[in-house]
Design a protein around this ligand. Structure first.
Ligand code: SAH
Ligand code: SF4
Ligand code: F3S
Length: 439
């Protein structure tokens, strides 16, 4: 028997889950687990799950079903469910799928090493507490040598907004901001490992108010301090709520060079009636004025958003209001979803929109967004922009990176290495990416 065990992690859902998966892999790495790309040779399979829509949550059970034969052939294989489905369903998961050995919520994964040890002895373990301790401080991290040029860093977690459709306040708990010094320390550590771009994460990241050396820091203050970290070239943050876009944060977009000209600012609907029922606590007009102020501070900023269509009682007129808002904003990108009733949320009990009608609206909305996104990409042709290169492309001699505006950019040239930030003149816009040449 060797001590090295193999860990397979599959991650669903948002960027915060991607970050959490990295931290879980590190914590288990300290216990002798090495990551593998294939579930077939794993000693432990961990699914980091998402509960945001029904489809996302149900994927977990179909995925588990696929491991049945594996588990039968290899009884020592341990299977764990982490993340937001784990939090929402807890021991029900084991009742429904008895081959699951452990269930760990998003706030208790620093306890994973202990849980895994117990599971190793044949116990079923479920931990979905909201503990008082800071999981990030409790986590045993195994120092990882080098990293790619981009990284996520969670600065705020949880949500107190209770939008009528959303499970996040229940799965992630109340809003908590991490102390600023710990974030700066983690950022410096990432930069030492090769990271050039950090995306600050939070379910309501612009509500960040972490303890700093001289009182609470806002997100704008945190960004200004991070911008002083040598070797860190780019800063992004996601996801923001319109009501927490402070003047200071808007100003930072015009003043901090390292803060990238891209803002994900979901609005969900353009109808005041629906916004009210969603409990979003702002109007369509207020959102539009906000976008104007942001563009005044940073004229080239690219706005992205999230939309829900077919929210309970959404009429054809409400939907047209959403389309009008989209035309007024002109998005660079947007994610859109058909409303999915979620257990325990207020909207799930209300009269639902006809499914075919909702699908039709979604299609129309996506066509409009795609048109806008394509126009924005076409507008990049001829411009000179920054590109942070990440990896070789599919063609020989090609490198791929992300522009300041988050578009994928291909360049064919010698002497570009991952992690290089270069000026590129865009020559061509394709459906999903741009092509360009070094300046
Ligand atoms: N905190 C972010 C959103 C997190 S969830 C915010 O406030 O905007 C990501 C996106 O999933 C949401 O913006 C919303 O568009 C979508 N979403 C959330 N709950 C949903 C549901 N029940 N049905 C369909 N889409 C949903
Ligand atoms: Fe969900 Fe609303 Fe909180 Fe975003 S702000 S996480 S949509 S409850
Ligand atoms: Fe999904 Fe949880 Fe993120 S529900 S979207 S993984 S916060």
């Amino acid at each position: 028997m060797t001590d090295i065990k193999k860990l397979f992690i599959r991650t669903y859902g948002c960027q915060m889950n991607v970050y959490d998966s990295e931290r879980m892999a590190e914590a288990l790495g300290a216990e002798g687990y090495v990551e593998t790309d294939s579930p077939d040779d794993a000693d432990m399979i961990l699914l980091n799950t998402c509960h945001i829509r029904e489809k996302a949550a149900e994927k977990v059970y179909s995925e588990l079903g696929r491991y049945k034969d594996l588990k039968a052939a290899k009884p020592d294989l341990k299977i764990g469910v982490a993340g937001c489905v784990a939090q929402a369903e807890g021991e029900e998961i084991i009742a429904r799928q008895p081959m699951v050995d452990l269930v760990v919520g998003p706030q208790t994964y620093h306890r994973l090493p202990d849980m895994v040890a117990k599971a190793g002895k044949g116990e079923k373990v479920v931990d979905t507490d909201f503990p008082a301790e800071d999981k990030f401080e409790e986590l045993k991290a195994r120092p990882k040598a080098r990293r790619g040029p981009t990284a996520f860093l969670t600065v705020q977690e949880g949500c107190d907004k209770f939008c009528a459709f959303c499970v996040v306040p229940y799965t992630r708990g109340a809003e908590v901001s991490r102390p600023a010094e710990r974030i700066l320390r983690e950022a410096r550590d990432l930069v030492e490992k090769g990271v050039r771009e950090i995306t600050l994460l939070g379910q309501n990241v612009n509500a960040y108010h972490g303890a700093g050396e001289d009182g609470d820091w806002s997100l704008a203050r945190l960004i200004r301090e991070l911008a002083r970290v040598d070797g860190l070239e780019r800063i992004r943050f996601t996801t923001s709520h319109p009501n927490d876009m402070s003047d200071d944060l808007i100003a930072a977009h015009g003043e901090v060079d390292k803060l990238m000209p891209y803002l994900h600012l979901p609005v969900q609907s353009g109808s005041d009636r629906i916004l009210k029922r969603m409990n979003r606590s702002h109007t369509a007009e207020e959102y539009l004025r906000l976008i104007e102020r942001i563009r005044a501070a940073r004229p080239d900023i690219l706005i992205s958003g999230d939309f829900i269509v077919g929210f309970p009682e959404e009429t054809a007129k409400d939907f047209e209001d959403t389309m009008a808002l989209i035309r007024a904003v002109h998005y660079g990108q947007a994610f859109s979803f058909k409303y999915s009733p979620r257990p325990g949320t207020p909207a799930a009990e209300r009269p639902q929109v006809d499914a075919a009608e909702a699908s039709d609206r979604l299609q129309r909305l996506q066509a409009l967004i795609n048109e806008q996104a394509a126009a924005v990409m076409a507008g990049m042709v001829g411009r000179e922009i920054g590109v942070l290169f990440e990896k070789p492309g599919r063609m020989a001699g090609q490198m791929v990176g992300k522009s300041d505006y988050l578009h994928a950019v291909h360049v064919t040239a010698d002497g570009i290495a991952p992690g290089d930030l270069r000026r590129v003149r865009i020559t061509e816009a394709g459906p999903n990416s741009l092509a360009g040449a070094l300046v």
